[in-house]
Write a protein that binds this ligand. Structure first.
Ligand SMILES: Cc1cc2nc3c(=O)[nH]c(=O)nc-3n(C[C@H](O)[C@H](O)[C@H](O)COP(=O)(O)O)c2cc1C
Length: 168
């Protein structure tokens, strides 16, 4: 068993959290892992926010459509990208996944909540006082899991081809 692949395969989106706080070292390590993500030309066009105050978590949750559970998270990470950098979306998505996997490695559940394509992206940026040069890419509410739903994955043979794609 490889520890990294085990963490990757054991991750599931968590939308119900226990009221416990998250260990500060887990938060710090998750941000460290996020900022170690690969980026085009190593530009690192991002800004990471961590919100733990209950009122602020509720304010973010209220702005979202499918992220109301952010209000009950122990923390919510917000990944912002520099709009003028060509690959900011890919770069910030790589950082988001690193963040989520690092949380999982620390036993902290989380869920990727959409940002960049949502109408509330600008409102979240303003709420958190982030400069206009950035746009919200993702929100990641996190906490100790109270409930985990396992989402089915497509069969490998339906999503894999080797050498050249052939129609069945
Ligand atoms: C770009 C992106 C946006 C997402 N946005 C939301 C969201 O707004 N609300 C939510 O509850 N889950 C959101 N998710 C989580 C997906 O619903 C979840 O990853 C998917 O159902 C598969 O489940 P799993 O993460 O447990 O494998 C998002 C995931 C991605 C990658």
């Amino acid at each position: 068993m490889n520890v990294v692949t085990t963490v990757i395969k054991s991750r599931h989106s968590v939308r119900k959290f226990r009221p416990d706080r998250i260990d500060r070292t887990a938060i710090a390590d998750a941000i460290e892992c996020a900022r170690h993500a690969p980026t085009a030309k190593n530009v690192q066009p991002w800004l990471f926010g961590v919100v733990v105050e209950k009122a602020a978590l509720k304010a973010i949750a209220d702005l979202t459509d499918n992220g109301k559970f952010i209000a009950d998270a122990a923390a919510c990470f917000a990944v912002f990208g520099e709009k003028n950098e060509k690959y900011y979306l890919e770069d910030c998505c790589a950082a988001t996944e690193n963040l989520i996997l690092a949380l999982q490695a620390h036993g902290v559940g989380s869920c990727w909540v959409a940002g960049e394509k949502k109408g509330y992206a600008e409102a979240v940026r303003i709420l958190l006082g982030v400069p206009d040069a950035y746009t919200l890419v993702s929100l990641v509410p996190a906490g100790l899991p109270a409930d985990i739903t396992i989402a089915p994955k497509k069969e490998l043979k339906k999503v894999l081809f080797t050498e050249r794609f052939k129609k069945e």
